[in-house]
Design a binder for this molecule. Structure first.
Ligand code: ATP
Ligand code: MG
Length: 394
């Protein structure tokens, strides 16, 4: 394989115009630089004429670089390319033929030349480049054929200050660069759904902070570690995540003692949302994010979600609200959280779950039940917010 020194980064520009375009590109460059810290070698990331390039300044591992770039939202395609000086068209022909020869040992294939001129003073126009270069490649390799409609190889030639030659595009994750859309507070449990929800919201450019409600000794240290591990997988896409671990045991016990058990999950969720909201406001997050999906469990009926929502005045984003479980599982496999999520450590909700939880809670009934915890709950919420353990996940 060719020892590529450069990668052309493709990103979607639709809807990203004017000033926003610079913000988008600058955030993308910054996130690319950051992601490449995970790969051995030295790299330069440059923005030039509406293009972003990654140049390897030292030896590097190709797979590591592709892996790093595949985690950067905003990238739609990664094109390993060679960049050559303009020494006339005959010289370019030689270089393109050498490229094709090295890149495709098996010439029994089809191709098409797709050229663009960013520089209009080049002596040939793009139509002429396509024709003449196509002919040169055909002459050099008797087995190769042109297919203008459905070529196996799209041979791109971009005439810029220098000339870019590439023909492979490795798909990127798409989305918007993280950091272009504010911050959200993810309620991250050890399950399958919430890490996927975090990934999806980060994909829209949203920076993440997370909160996990821990209930020792009902949930183990290992259950907490599982959440840290999940946060790490999400952070590979979203960038660093500040994980707030809330000690929820006293609150949970208090609700368990005072309130009807069939309402426990609803009331507990309402308190979780309130604590998450306070942490969000304290840390500049603009909304909450959860892994809820309509009808998945009793606390995720539309009635339950409405009652839970009622306890916060923040927007609650639920990226997987209309997803089937299998669709969520598919994403969790793709982002490598599935194997961690399915480890068997209990989370707090399974420990205290009632046999027959309400599925259509009434807000007035719930508020009436909450009178029984009115004495101490506000104080306990404050205490929980003020004693969070912060784990920086990177
Ligand atoms: P998940 O697969 O994400 O655990 P779930 O289907 O098990 O979700 P629930 O346990 O009802 O659903 O939780 C719904 C949502 O509430 C979760 O997706 C998560 O966002 C949040 N949540 C639940 N338990 C916790 C917890 N212990 N800490 C933080 N957030 C939680
Ligand atoms: Mg769960």
């Amino acid at each position: 394989m060719i020892d590529f020194k450069s990668f052309l980064i493709k990103y979607a520009e639709i809807g990203v115009k004017g000033k926003n375009r610079y913000l988008f590109e600058d955030a993308l460059v910054k996130n690319i630089v950051k992601s490449l810290e995970s790969a051995d070698g030295e790299f330069k990331v440059r923005k030039e004429d509406g293009r972003i390039y990654v140049d390897a300044m030292s030896a590097y591992d190709y797979d590591e670089v592709i892996n790093a770039l595949s985690h950067v939202f905003g990238i739609v395609g990664i094109c390993p390319m060679i960049q050559v000086e303009d020494n006339g068209f005959d010289d370019l022909k030689e270089k393109v033929i050498a490229y094709m020869d090295e890149m495709y040992p098996d010439k029994n294939t089809t191709f098409k030349v797709y050229s663009r001129r960013a520089r209009k003073n080049y002596p040939l126009n793009s139509q002429e480049i396509n024709m003449d270069m196509g002919e040169a490649v055909l002459d050099a390799f008797p087995d190769i054929r042109v297919d203008v409609h459905n070529p196996k190889i799209m041979l791109n030639i971009e005439i810029r200050k220098q000339i870019n030659i590439y023909s492979e595009t490795i798909p990127g994750p798409g989305g918007m660069p993280v950091g272009t859309a504010g911050k959200a507070m993810l309620l991250l449990s050890g399950g399958i759904d919430s890490p996927v929800a975090g990934y999806m919201i980060a994909k829209r450019g949203v920076e993440l902070e997370a909160v996990y409600f821990h209930t020792p000794p009902y949930t183990s240290e290992r259950a907490k570690q599982k959440v840290v591990d999940l946060a790490q997988k999400v952070a590979a896409y979203s960038g660093n995540i500040k994980l707030n671990v809330v000690d929820f045991t006293d609150i949970q016990m208090y609700i368990f003692e005072k309130c009807p058990h069939e309402e426990l999950t609803i009331i507990m969720k309402r308190v979780m949302y309130k604590i998450a909201e306070k942490l969000a406001k304290k840390n500049g997050a603009l909304g909450l994010v959860t892994g809820e999906s309509i009808g998945q469990v009793s606390s995720q009926t539309m009635q339950s979600l409405a009652v839970i929502d009622e306890n916060t005045d923040m927007p609650v984003y639920r990226p997987v609200i209309a997803f089937d479980k299998q669709d969520i599982v598919d994403i969790s496999i793709k982002i490598d959280t599935y194997d961690i999520s399915t480890q068997p450590y209990e989370d707090c909700c399974t420990t205290f779950v009632a046999k027959h939880p309400v599925t259509k809670p009434n807000i007035n009934v719930i508020k009436h039940s909450e009178l029984k915890i009115a004495d101490k709950i506000d104080e306990m919420i404050e205490e929980a917010v003020n004693t969070v353990e912060v784990i920086e996940v990177r």
